[in-house]
Design a protein around this ligand. Sequence first.
Ligand code: BGC
Ligand code: NOJ
Length: 819
Amino acid sequence: MPTRFGHFDDEAREFVITRPDTPLPWLNYLGQDDLFGLCTNTGGGYTFWRDAKLRRLTRYRYNNVPLDVGGRYLYVRDDTDGAVWNPGWKPTKAALDSYECRVGLGYTRITGARAGVSVSQLMFVPPGEDVELWQVTVRNDSERTRTVRLWSFVEFAFYEALNDMTNLQRTLSIGEVVVDGPAIYHVTEYRERRDHYTLFGCTRPVSGFDTSREAFVGVHEGLHEARVPAAGRATGSVARGWNPIGSHEVTLQLGPGATETFAFVLAYVQQGEPKFVAPGVPDTSAGAAVLDRYRQPGAVQEARERLRSYWDERLSAFQGTTPDEHATRMLNTWNQYQCMATFNLSRSASLFETGIGRGMGFRDSNQDLLGFVHMIPARARQRILDIAATQLSDGTCYHQYQPLTKKGNAEIGGDFYDDHLWLVLSTTAYLKETGDTSILTEPCGYADVEVPDGAGPSASLLDHLETSIAYTLAKRGPHRLPLIGHADWNDCLNLNCFSTEPNESFQLAGDVADSQAESVMIAGLFLYACTEMAALYDHVGRPADADRMRAAHADMLAAVEEHAWDGAWYRRAYDAAGEPVGSHLDDEGRIYIESQGWCLLGGAGADNGRARQALDSVAAHLATPNGIVLQQPAYTRYRLELGEITSYPPGVKENAGIFCHNNSWIHLAMCRQGDGDAALASYLSVCPSAKQDQIDTYRLEPYVYAQTIDGPDSPTFGQAKNSWLTGTAAWTFVVLSQGILGIQPGYDGLRVDPCIPSGWGGFTVTRRFRGSTFRIRVDNPDRVCQGVARLVVDGVDVPVGPIGVPAEPRVVDVVVTLG
Ligand code: BGC
Ligand code: NOJ
């Protein structure tokens, strides 16, 4: 359904934004390997290499007024009246005759036209390169020859983003650039410890340049009234200190109907030794070579084609057609695309994450792998080993690590007692996807264990998994449930914090002496992890270890059923005083979502009817048309013993907001109960593609999931926040692909066990799995939700169960009949 802001172009795998003044800036990411750009629908955003905190190449001012200024700007000067405009509307906001922004896979193309001149700017990062390209096409749509003058603009950042923003007494004195024709090199700090710089070049001859912000923009002017475009001529400024920028002036003569295409090239360049051609003269040859490469005819187009094939290849691992337009669209394109973003960026850099606060999260990145592993298993493998190496030998984990250094972030610390368990989920997902058990013996070491030179890290990945299980077993409270530490998945449920100091972090403060606060959610997660470990040990032929895991499961399950059941749902926790949290005994926060999800996924309530009852309670107390709220009733007063959760206004974030991430766990639990109708309906209530008719309330991108949607306790019920970097992406992909469509990778092959809405007549999926391509058709003649009545593989009836992987990769035809 098109709205006044745009529509999906499913064929092109694009979302087309048709007016620039979207309810909030709508974001896309450029890049898929090391170089990344945030790019909004008006060209706002910035570029960084690997780490948005430690290697930021261009500047961006978060939460600025106006919102979202600073980015990849083109200024165009109208040769008839001297008016200055931008094809992306910002920063001048001069009225455009037409505007379109195509948000695509790894690229954004903005096209704006005014007074007979159209300028299109296609921005992307070619696979495997540290280069951001802006392919610019200028077209004269008027009847007479036009002189079109345009200026590029980026503002350079001094690489360490926090320092860049805060240490002005230094940064205002160190800025340096080198200009060589159309190549501008930002070389700040290259004279001392850096061996890298930023190239900003143009593939065609330029008629001028500027590198001083003061010269280009002015001191008292804003970007919307920059001096150079207004005056019509570049000044040739060479920045010395203050604020270096990159701007090229390009002057084109275009006859009626004529078009000219060229590119700007923004690259992160590691020059290496020797750094200088003469004392104090930077060697910029590596940067010059990059620009030369993109000056060759067809080079930019070829890079564009490579990006297209890259995404065709990635997405071809899972493509389906279902009767639901939104599920199909998200599954095939946008959900997988978002999973790539969360895999690459974890929770570091978006319009809601500033790139300096949070790096790669231990729990976050493990969960992100669940939606990514089928796309590039080799990268998933490396990531698992990197994450594991930030675990300490006692089982604690660094809660976050910096992507550039891969070192745990000591300021954020550890002691979130769920972190380590997510490693079991990512590892077993990888194993089931690939069958590559060699990862288990891969040495990854512990972050706190010094290994003598040459000895290599000693602990294997399997050791880490065992350490993780042992850690939870060792840290249990009076109800034999796991202790919670600073928090579990819910960062804001801080049962040991008791903070009265406004400036301290709820996650870091407070270690109530001898506290025995326990988490039912961790108990559920532990149950799930034990089941995964048991299946793994069965698979690798270690039955005694499998039994040990089953025994741990049984023991924890007994504790859950004995101490966590509240009468109609599972309690959430026990606080430091031993009082239940998420119980009918409280006046607020009586029922929480997370413990229903995880206890059920861990196998609780399966044999005693409690699973059904818990889901009924979720439906009765937590479900809304915009998703399932986190808990009810919302907390209306600050409660010392519960922490940050009670700090948020009712209906917002963890305090009874709709946290889309945890909705997925309920959807999976619904699938386990065989309720495909409820699972799809509930999924659609948080699906952005299905929210087009309420976009003025929802406000965020229609193509990616948001972390939260305000709940009914908030006056802004239905408003989304924090899109893009959320565990919702990975988990929702698990819901759609493995829960509802039921395509489940397993040790012994691919299982097809759908749980679909009873109204569906069937669906099809093409799934690449361990090198072979499974073409799957599911028929549902009896209109059931679940239950495979017949399985036909390559035309032959076979017993219902996992479909084995052929020894030689080939196409496998599968027909499943439900009934
Ligand atoms: C937010 C959480 C977030 C945490 C991270 C809290 O303020 O509400 O959603 O995970 O900060 O530190
Ligand atoms: C966002 C964090 O990134 C994630 O780790 C956490 O689980 C949720 N907030 C819930 O608090």
